[in-house]
Ligand binder design. Structure first.
Ligand code: 5GP
Ligand code: SF4
Length: 485
């Protein structure tokens, strides 16, 4: 999902809308905005941002503070009333937008409903998180109008509520919260699994606007400068006089998701102080090295990316191998990502629908196709077939990501193990299934090296659980089923 929160000095809805257009790639299933002046204003809907918000909605979304969410469908959340941001009126009006997934949801759901007597309307982990946080805050500040508390005291209550939250829940949480009459809050789980970036915009009169977003892809456009990432385990509170309060929980291993760099994030984003585009160039370089080590005798005539995420990887792999790069598959930009569609039959039909091969780039050539990842394998298989139909002599396939063997329990919609081709087949079987003459997967340590080589970052080791690495949390069977259903 994509989240954004802005505390400005003028109407905030237009900037939230523009931000969500820049976060659309992180979720195309549903979207919503909540703003606040004397009260909350809410507009949510299913589908793309541009189809949900009309002029009349924007005029209604009054206030200089607000949050927005673009939804990517993962566990539990497919229905209309679970569209974020969510809000609750106790203790004094909290709106909440979340990217990630809670892995001990069932246990915490019982805790929230049975022990804390807070009724949950849905099976969304985000609603549970909101109610748990609201309950903790309520215990600290009481039910009355919280505006009488000094900002410092309110921040103490926020911080200890967050500490309690992360003491109890396990999983990935990057969240923004709008607290009525009090300000804007951003927080990130102690392992920093999902990204969250902080920016500021100085107005001509010296006042400062604040933004938090999953990616900094809208900062330049809206006149914000990137300040830094929200740190793992950190809470940042922008009070109503725009004073900034911040504190961190005791550090744990910083393990941000590696898949953000492989596929999910936009290339112009800088996450955890690592530039996504540059990391993809390094992935291509490393993939080129792996190719030379594995197939020293084989040099393709041309390297063609499966568009469009893999273009960057293919470009630098071609440079590394001294082979021509060609965009031999044209991708229609008006068709959504196939992965997002609900069933496999549709996906299968849609590869040809959205990719168009260019015969002159393919005929009588030894073609190396490069993709960012092989998930189910159906896309790759069709691409190989298409390239053959257009006269390629040999078709090789390389994936910038190692075999995807396990589901993600931290908010990325990777299918169940049975559907993951690398989980049920050997590499030789995958090569045969794809119909490729050679198949190369990037070795895991080469991928990790590509992501962590440069940048002034503090990543301990990225999460690689879906690539055969360890899950950071212990998972129980019930949760594992829920997360991938
Ligand atoms: P598959 O192997 O499942 O047929 O498709 C893999 C392709 O789907 C890759 O080209 C990748 O870019 C694309 N893709 C689209 N959405 C996702 C996603 O959420 N996760 C992964 N791993 N790949 C995705
Ligand atoms: Fe990212 Fe994979 Fe870890 Fe999920 S399991 S957070 S997709 S690296």
């Amino acid at each position: 999902c994509g989240i954004v929160g802005i505390y400005a000095h003028d109407q905030v809805a237009p900037d939230l809308y523009d931000s969500m257009i820049q976060l659309q790639h992180r979720g195309q299933d549903a979207a919503g905005i909540i703003t606040c002046n004397e009260r909350f204003h809410v507009k949510k809907g299913m589908g793309l941002v541009q189809d949900i918000f009309e002029q009349r909605h924007m005029e209604r979304l009054r206030g200089s503070i607000g949050i927005g969410h673009t939804r990517y469908p993962t566990s539990g959340t497919h229905s209309n009333d679970e569209v974020q941001p969510l809000w609750t009126s106790v203790p004094n009006g909290i709106a909440f937008a979340h990217n990630g997934n809670v892995v001990n949801y069932q246990e915490m759901r019982r805790e929230v409903q049975e022990n804390r007597k807070r009724y949950l309307n849905s099976h969304s982990d985000s609603e549970m998180l909101l109610q748990l946080f609201a309950d903790e805050l309520h215990r600290r500040i009481g039910a009355g109008p919280a505006s009488s508390l000094a900002d410092r005291a309110f921040f103490e209550a926020l911080f200890s509520s967050m500490a309690e939250l992360f003491y109890r829940i396990a999983g990935a949480v990057s969240a923004v919260m709008l607290i009525k009459d009090r300000g804007l809050v951003a927080m990130r789980d102690p392992h920093g699994l999902r990204p969250l970036v902080y920016g500021q915009r100085e107005l001509p009169d010296g006042r400062v606007d604040h933004i938090f977003a999953s990616e900094d892809t809208m900062f330049y456009m809206l006149g914000y400068r990137r300040v830094r990432d929200v740190l793992p385990g950190e809470i940042i509170y922008i009070a109503s006089d725009r004073q900034v309060f911040t504190r961190r929980l005791a550090p744990k291993a910083f393990t941000p998701c590696i898949f953000e760099y492989v596929y999910f994030a936009r290339p112009d984003a800088m996450l955890n102080n690592v530039n996504v585009y540059r990391s993809r160039l390094r992935m291509g370089e490393n993939l080129g090295k792996a190719w030379k080590e594995t197939f020293p005798e084989v040099s393709p005539d041309v390297i063609i990316p499966a568009p469009a995420t893999a273009n960057t990887v293919a470009l630098s792999m071609a440079r590394e191998l001294g082979v021509n790069y060609s965009e031999g598959l044209y991708k229609n930009p008006f068709i959504g990502r196939t992965f997002i569609m609900p069933n496999q039959e549709k996906r299968r039909q849609s590869v040809r629908y959205k990719l168009s091969p260019q015969e002159l780039e393919l005929r009588n050539k030894d073609v190396l196709i490069v993709d960012d990842s092989i998930v189910r394998g159906t896309t790759s298989k069709e691409i190989v077939q298409m390239v053959r139909e257009f006269g390629a002599r040999r078709v090789y396939f390389a994936s910038a990501c190692p075999p995807v063997t396990q589901p993600c329990y931290y908010g990325v919609d990777i299918p169940t193990s049975e559907e993951l081709i690398a989980s049920v087949s050997t590499e030789a079987e995958i090569q045969e299934y794809l119909g490729a003459d050679l198949l190369l997967y990037q070795p895991l340590e080469y991928l990790v090296e590509a992501v962590t080589r440069k940048g002034d970052h503090h990543i301990d080791t990225p999460c690689t659980a879906c690539l055969g690495g360890d899950y950071i949390h212990k998972l129980d069977q019930e949760e594992m089923k829920r997360c991938v259903s």
